[in-house]
Design a protein around this ligand. Structure first.
Ligand SMILES: Cc1cc2nc3c(=O)[nH]c(=O)nc-3n(C[C@H](O)[C@H](O)[C@H](O)COP(=O)(O)OP(=O)(O)OC[C@H]3O[C@@H](n4cnc5c(N)ncnc54)[C@H](O)[C@@H]3O)c2cc1C
Length: 389
């Protein structure tokens, strides 16, 4: 157990809040330092697959999330240019007992935040960390306010632009992946089917699925480009620019973009999975350790899994240092495999001619011969429950 142990988490994103909850439920006294003025997420959807839900269930927040989310039933990959279905994957036939949810990000953060408050986690807003220095028996933090704090154990869940990452792993800045993503929420006149539609095109793809009561469609459209100068998740773009980028897509894909108003655009950044995840009593978690492309929809699920394993490893270790080392050992290979899988999907999703038509035909044939194979090959991912390790 971690009873009475003081643990500081940097970042109140999905990773930081899940870690704070998991640690507090094991008896730790947890504070979260968040640079933003409020605990919230951008207006967009996120898929939480059964491997992530297994942890949320063990932490007692699955039901609250299910009540606000759509239970996914199917994923259909389509040829974006013709609209024709290439492969259908039945999400209800998964071996894992947990559901596959389509969630509004703000709802996930809200549920985690409420649970953290319920177990006594202290969340300090407007509290940015500027520099981190591992010292004997803890970590010294220089705050944006000019204050200096010394804390016995610090978990940095500070995202892809993590300041802790360079201290722990001594590695390079996040690099632009050559992919940009538009995101938009589109109101629907009535509830739409609980399915993910993925439209694949050369150098582009579009993903759409419903949120909440099914009457809001979450659309993310990804396009390759050479360079990116913006930062963050709040850069707006013109609806016409997004519509033009997909103007050769099938009518059903274009229809999703017909009445859009508020469009956001952001560049996708990545770093290699950190070679080392902790230094002394400072550890990395979530995107800070292993930011990934979104082509397997696993970045947040990995952060959620990290949180459980971290709390379990610390609770069963003789010292924080050995606990952090055990956490890394239990996580690193799985995270490397997931990040590599997302990179592979990125290449496959955006194939251009001449490879594209052959690849789509092969996918279609595979789907006909072995309809469950497309999803079953990811059993190692979606069917794994880290709470049972
Ligand atoms: C287009 C797209 C679609 C995606 N879809 C999915 C999906 O369907 N399923 C899925 O599982 N994942 C998905 N992801 C990935 C997922 O969004 C991320 O992996 C996840 O949000 C990472 O969470 P995190 O807590 O590690 O980092 P973040 O969400 O980045 O949180 C970091 C927090 O730390 C705070 N912070 C940063 N620096 C400091 C500092 N110095 N001091 C104090 N606070 C600080 C930030 O303000 C923030 O609150 C997607 C990502 C993208 C880009």
């Amino acid at each position: 157990m971690l009873i009475g142990q003081d643990i500081t988490v940097i970042g109140a994103g999905i990773g930081g809040l899940t870690a704070a909850l998991a640690l507090a439920m094991r008896g730790a006294r947890v504070e979260v330092l968040e640079q933003a003025a409020e605990v919230t997420e951008v207006g967009a959807g996120i898929q939480v697959s059964p491997n992530g839900m297994a942890v949320l269930d063990a932490l007692g927040v699955a039901d609250a999330l299910i009540a606000r989310s759509v239970r996914g039933q199917k994923v259909t990959l389509r040829d974006g240019l013709t609209g024709k279905a290439v492969v259908e994957m039945d999400l209800t036939g998964l071996k894992a007992p947990q559901p596959w949810l389509f969630v509004h990000r703000a709802d996930l953060v809200d549920v985690l935040h409420a649970a953290c408050i319920g177990v006594g986690v202290e969340i300090r807003l407007n509290t940015g960390v500027e520099t981190l220095l591992p010292v004997d028996g803890g970590v010294q933090l220089e705050m944006a306010s000019g204050e200096t704090l010394t804390r016995p154990l610090v978990i940095a869940a500070d995202g892809v632009r993590s300041k802790a990452r360079a201290v722990v792993a001594g590695e390079e800045e996040p690099a632009f992946t050559g992919q940009t993503a538009w995101r938009v929420l589109v109101p629907q006149p009535e509830a739409v089917a609980p399915e993910v539609q993925v439209f694949l095109g050369p150098g582009r793809h579009m993903v759409a699925y419903p949120l909440r009561d099914g009457r809001t469609m979450n659309v993310v459209a990804v396009k390759e480009r050479d360079h990116w100068v913006g930062e963050g998740w709040t850069q707006q773009d013109y609806p016409e620019t997004l519509q033009a980028a997909f103007s050769d897509f099938a009518p059903e894909a274009q229809a999703l973009l017909a009445d859009i108003e508020e469009v956001y655009l952001w560049g996708l950044f990545k770093r290699p999975v950190a070679q080392v995840w902790s230094l002394g009593r400072l550890a990395l978690l979530g995107d800070a350790a292993h930011a990934t492309l979104p082509f397997l929809a696993q970045g947040a699920c990995m952060a959620i899994e990290d949180a459980w394993v971290l709390a379990d490893a610390l609770a069963n270790a003789a010292s924080p240092e050995t606990g952090l080392a055990a956490y890394e050992t239990r996580r690193i290979d799985r995270c490397r495999r997931i990040v590599a899988g997302a990179d592979t999907n990125a290449r496959a999703y955006h194939l251009g001619t001449p490879l594209r038509s052959g690849a789509l035909a092969a996918l279609k044939l595979g789907g006909k011969l072995a309809p469950k194979a497309a999803l079953n090959r990811f059993d190692w991912l979606h069917g794994h429950d880290v709470t049972k390790d």
